[in-house]
Design a protein around this ligand. Structure first.
Ligand code: ADP
Ligand code: MG
Ligand code: MG
Length: 911
């Protein structure tokens, strides 16, 4: 059987069969545009007749080095015959010509990446025929010149500026301000001039034969798959390069046939807020690309309701039908030809994070999708967005009062951003590489600007609308953006921008607020918003019903614990108790404790620290009333608390010099005293010096060799627990030993520490329900987890250290050094410090859990490394059967959603 390269829109069932019965397959075969055109036809939405050339044909063409596969052209012509029958027109027939558009469409939407040619089929003869039929010469020559222009630039590769210059000249000659004022004669001349430009530029004529036009246009779409812009976009968006593009050939319908005709684009819900209300722009008496190009002032879709009530009513009904059918917010293109509505495209609409959450929740409540679907639809990154900085309200008010507010454009992608103005993409990219925060400012953006947009903190344009390239790309990549700030004058020659009376040079700092579309001078202070968005709260409450993993938090201070709790944390998975040692009022005692070798002096110093630690822990227990709190005993090597070696040496030589210049005995005494102290510190620092401190005297080793510290900490924990319990707080302390390698380490520590705990509880006359456990952050601990579990009631995977010790690499050295190159070369798929290395570290975790639970079935297992806030790692933790993940307070909402998604995916067999 011969290969089928071409599917009529009404043949979607055949395409589905060929593509393995899935919708995903149909999209792969016909491209998103082609698949949805066919699908719309199937559900009775008005679509102009047409057909789609498959991505397989594109791939065959590209693979053969640019030859149409056998039968393809014959099949296209056969399909065209059927269209002719349906429309009663004929391709190339001067008496009643059929015109078509040739449109590209890959599986995934790639905005503006590949170009469409409209009005194919026009030449001098058919144009005459159209004039006779429509009696509208202006319309026909406007359409004809568009064909030559689009065909010339897209297919033949003539620079578009040359065409635009001709139009500008024609306007000047006619004394017209807009294209709309140009008459038939003007367009006729423009068309003629366009054709001679093609000839001059390319040495051959714009093809008169409609079939040749179609064939060359089809080919151009195929080729555009490998164009630089398309390749760059795919790289940025992570789209595979071997999918190929389909080509859809669609009967032309005309929005430029008078005042009862129009063309527009719309979203079935608001793409910025998610509100359930059609949002869009249209133009009366215009053709498709006019709206998207942003060169003419568009009207709000609300106007259409008044201007063409019947067509609007049908449009509204179609929009609802499409939403119900796809169960997703749709982004549509339509044309009204003499009051008759035609749909030209539909696809899932791009949206901001806020809109994504609201639409998912609303659709679940409207019964369009299930709650599980809603949770799956919102990505962890979108939740993360709610936690990003926004401008401080006071800073905004102050800026407004002092004239720092410069203007308001369209708020197309939310978030606040500050940065220096960069006026082109290359500079934005360069400055960002140099470590600057950049806001890229352009009149409008094009696909060639994407690299600069990705490198920028935010995007500002003076032109364009909600559906402009800048808006779409910014939303896609979560960059704050303000577009269409029309008062903004960009002077590329002087490399400066002007707005109101303010002159801003490239390199000056500005701030943009994508939530409200505002521009400010200078750098505004940002604050972290609270996440009390009602839709997000609802979504996360659904997530909590589906997730099986607990979400705990890493918090050292009560204020962090409270914030995490507000975000939904169910416990503290890691309190780094030594963090408090650095506070100014304690550091002197900590130093004293480190400097002495005498146990008595050490105990004295520690006794001074004890009340502080007790208060630290009491505060955490109060904040986490009713929830578990894991406190890790001292972990870092002691030298970290001492001033560093180099600065001590510098201080010493400094004192020596000052001694030589001292002019009084008192001064000399004072300096000598200082000298002695610094020298002592240096000696101590030298004696504590280790070649590799991260693998040295730290963690449990320190607790064993300097037991007074950990004993003090345990006392502080239990005293605090008894105090708050007496206040009526429900307290569940869990004492955690870091860096255990051998069960004997734990055995020794547990005995000593439990003794202290018991003693405190006896003193206070109160029993506290507590757990004793260890971190698993060394391979040996994971491998001997069964032995360790005899002495540990819980495991907490410290995946930062576990990754370092499993790989045998130091994180800081790796991230500053070879790691990037490893990832670029594909030697490592990801940064193992960002996402758990499932095959290595993940295996060790698995072994540890299995062995641990083999001796202690109720062993509580969690993770407290930074991976605990990473969605991909959370999915791994879910699979491994951990009880909880613990992450920084700001990641808690993200982790709740990620945990729920993992549970749902597992249920659906997709994890
Ligand atoms: P893009 O992917 O860049 O949006 P499209 O193929 O959707 O490109 O087409 C560009 C513009 O031309 C759109 O506004 C579209 O609605 C319009 N268009 C495409 N085909 C037709 C047609 N057959 N009749 C009228 N307008 C069309
Ligand atoms: Mg389109
Ligand atoms: Mg560690």
């Amino acid at each position: 059987m011969e290969k089928k390269w071409v599917y009529l829109f009404e043949e979607v069932e055949g395409a589905e069969k060929h593509a393995g019965g899935t919708w995903d397959g149909v999209r792969g075969l016909l491209g998103g545009k082609g698949a949805n055109l066919a699908e719309m036809m199937r559900i009775g939405v008005p679509v102009p007749p047409g057909f789609t050339v498959t991505t397989e044909a594109c791939n065959a063409y590209l693979a053969s080095g640019g030859k149409f596969p056998e039968e393809l052209w014959e099949q296209e012509i056969a399909a065209l015959k059927i269209i002719e029958e349906k429309t009663g027109k004929a391709f190339g027939d001067a008496a009643n010509p059929l015109l078509v558009s040739c449109r590209s469409g890959a599986k995934f939407s790639m905005p503006g990446m590949m170009d469409t040619v409209l009005n194919i089929g026009l030449n001098d003869e058919t144009a005459q025929g159209m004039v006779a039929l429509t009696g509208d010469e202006r319309f026909v020559y406007d359409a004809y010149r568009r064909l030559v222009q689009m065909f010339g630039s897209v297919v033949m590769g003539v620079p578009d500026d040359l065409f635009e210059e001709v139009i500008t000249e024609a306007r000047m000659k006619a004394g017209a301000e807009t294209d709309a004022e140009l008459d038939a004669q003007a367009w006729k001349e423009v068309t003629r001039e366009f054709r001679s430009i093609c000839r001059r530029q390319k040495g051959y004529d714009f093809p008169r034969d409609p079939f040749e036009q179609l064939r060359l246009a089809t080919e151009a779409v195929f080729k555009s798959w490998n164009g630089k812009r398309a390749v760059d976009y795919r790289n940025a968006a992570g789209i595979a390069h071997d999918l190929g593009t389909a080509v859809s050939i669609v009967t032309m319908v005309f929005g430029n046939m008078g005042d009862d005709s129009a063309t527009g684009v719309a979203m079935t819900r608001n793409g910025s807020t998610g509100e359930r209300q059609i949002e869009g722009d249209y133009l009366t008496n215009a053709q498709g690309e006019d709206v998207v190009a942003g060169i003419r002032l568009t009207k709000d879709i609300c106007e259409l309701k008044k201007e063409m009530p019947a067509a609007y009513a049908e449009f509204d009904e179609v929009a609802r039908r499409l939403e119900n059918h796809y169960r997703e917010m749709q982004d549509v293109e339509f044309t009204i030809e003499k009051n008759k509505l035609w749909m030209l495209q539909t696809r899932d609409g791009k949206r901001t994070a806020q809109a994504a959450v609201r639409i998912a929740v609303d659709m679940a409540e409207e019964g369009l999708i299930s709650r599980e679907d809603a949770v799956i639809r919102v990505t962890p990154e979108q939740v993360d967005f709610f936690l990003h900085p926004q401008f401080d309200r006071k800073a905004v008010a102050a800026a407004k009062a002092s004239g720092g507010f410069l203007g308001r454009g369209l708020n197309v992608s939310p978030g606040a951003a500050c940065g220096v103005v960069a006026l082109d993409a290359d500079l934005a990219e360069k400055w960002s590489k140099d470590g600057k925060d950049v806001i890229m400012v352009r009149p409008e953006t094009k696909p060639d600007d994407v690299h600069g947009m990705l490198a920028s903190k935010g995007i500002l344009t003076s032109r364009g609308g909600r559906t402009s390239h800048a808006a779409l790309v910014a939303r896609q990549f979560g960059k704050p953006a303000v577009v269409g700030l029309s008062e903004l004058m960009i002077d590329m020659n002087r490399r400066q921008i002007r707005i109101k009376d303010e002159l801003i040079h490239e390199g000056d700092m500005i701030s943009i607020d994508g939530n409200v579309g505002e521009l400010y001078l200078g750098k505004l202070t940002t604050t972290v918003p609270d996440i009390r968005d009602p839709w997000l709260i609802k979504l996360l409450s659904w997530a909590d019903e589906f997730k099986t993993l607990g979400v705990w938090t890493n918090a050292d201070y009560p204020k962090d614990a409270l914030r995490a709790r507000e975000y939904g944390a169910e416990g503290i998975g890691l309190c780094r108790s030594e963090h408090m040692f650095f506070e100014p009022e304690r550091l002197p005692y900590v130093l004293k404790m480190i400097m002495t070798d005498l146990p008595i002096e050490r105990r004295e110093a520690l006794e001074a620290v004890l009340p502080f630690q007790r208060e630290d822990f009491a505060g955490l227990f109060r904040a986490m009333d009713g929830l578990p709190v894991i406190i890790r005993l001292l972990d870092p090597p002691l030298h970290e608390f001492l001033p560093n070696h180099v600065s001590l040496r510098r201080d010493l030589s400094d004192i020596k010099i000052r001694l030589q210049h001292a002019d009084s005995l008192e001064k000399i005494d004072e300096l000598l005293q200082q000298f002695k102290e610094k020298e002592k510190l240096l000696k101590r620092a030298d004696s504590l010096h280790e070649a590799n401190p991260m693998l040295g005297m730290r963690g449990v080793r320190l607790g064993i060799l300097v037991p007074e510290i950990t004993t003090m900490q345990v006392r502080a924990i239990f005293e605090a627990a008894c105090i708050v319990a007496k206040e009526g707080v429900e307290v569940y302390p869990e004492v955690m030993i870091p860096l255990t390698a051998h069960v004997n380490e734990l055995k020794v520590q547990r005995q000593r520490l439990e003794e202290e705990a018991r003693q405190v509880m006896t003193e206070k006359g109160r029993m506290i329900d507590y757990k004793f456990g260890t971190m698993i952050e060394l391979p040996r601990a994971a491998l001997t987890a069964d032995q360790i579990a005899e002495y540990a009631e819980f495991f907490s995977y410290g995946t930062n250290d576990l990754t370092q010790t499993t790989y045998g690499i130091s994180r800081d050295d790796a991230e500053a050094g070879f790691l990037i190159e490893y990832i670029e070369k594909g030697i490592l798929p990801d940064n193992p410090f960002a996402t758990i290395d499932e095959d290595g570290v993940g295996q060790l975790m698995k072994i540890g859990i299995e062995k641990g639970r083999s001796v202690r079935p109720d062993l509580e297992c969690g993770i407290c490394g930074e991976h605990g806030g990473d969605p991909a790692s959370i999915a791994i933790c879910h699979k491994l059967g951990l009880n909880y993940v613990s992450c920084s307070p700001f990641r808690v909402p993200v982790a709740r959603l990620a945990a729920a998604r993992a549970a749902i995916m597992e249920k659906r067999g997709n994890l």
